[in-house]
Write a protein that binds this ligand. Sequence first.
Ligand code: ZN
Length: 373
Amino acid sequence: MTDHNMKKLKTLGKRYARATAMAHTEALNLLAAELGFAHWKALTDASKEGWLPSDEDLAKTGEIVRQAGARTETAVSQGEFTCIDDPAPEEGELSSHKYRIGDHLGDVVVSGEGWDLRIPEAPYKAPIAEIDERHAESSPIKDPSFLAELLNIAKARRTRIRAKIAVDWPRRSTKANLDGVARHPLGGGEASTWYCHSCDAQISGPQVAENFWHCPNCGTHPLNIRAVPFDEENPGEPVPTLGTAQRENPEIRIVEPRLTLHLNEETVSLLIRCALLEDAASVNERLGAMRAEISLIDGEEVWITFDEMLWPENKEPTSALAVAKKLGLDVEQELSLFTEPFAWPDLGSMTSKTADFATTLIDAYEAHGVIKR
Ligand SMILES: [Zn+2]
């Protein structure tokens, strides 16, 4: 049991480091101090001499770890960091085009009449410009110098907002020391190598400080930057030094922002099949509706091929015809012989209740055939 307690204490130490974004050894030292030892080494030395954490010790440590975790979570949920994610949007004008600039989940979003420009938080990911197709010809976004100017405005906003937040941070958080050691601005703890728990990148102290504690690889939030890797066996790859690496060129997309009904084969057959199910009276007809082959020819004509064993030859699919008419489509119907789903196709024409049909079907197979699973 006691050995087990030592193991539990180590696990708690690891959790404490995660919860506080503290270096692992630092977290262990703090917990050891709570239990009356000078540091973790003193605790492990004592354990070799026979001292082991009692259940009360574990309960006390567990509570400290739980509170540390809760503090981090409350800080996030109470929006202590909302200033990082959602600073107030601003309005502006560029070459007589009005725009609005704001932030959404760490990305900077600039919108104008008939266009949106999203600059991802990750520094090298391509910005995405979407132009409403109704403005496709006239959009200022198509002018490379206008777009470049907007990207500069977005960049300046990001830097300004991050710098504003960093004013309250310890100096060691915005500038690493000569050994590359930087201090986490929110969780505390100092280290020269940091780990992104979102993309597993290894980040140097100067890199993370310069990037205002966002991951230079994936752009994630400072709370995901920790002093210990998410998986200690796979600590991830170091982020390459920034150097002259540039953001990818913007991607421009022409989009239709309005809700669009595409009348293609998929949607047309879905509507026609839905109507056929409404037309179906018996189990067989429902099976026939589900198994009918429906194709759209040249966007003008619907071909419905029924299984002749399931759909009665002279039955008019009135709802399906009404739907086709509404969609402006002609209808061609034909019967064909399909592979039967079940033997004795007559059974399904005698009832409209699937449960009754299943009972008769199982009885018939038990009497005249075999059921395999
Ligand atoms: Zn990352």
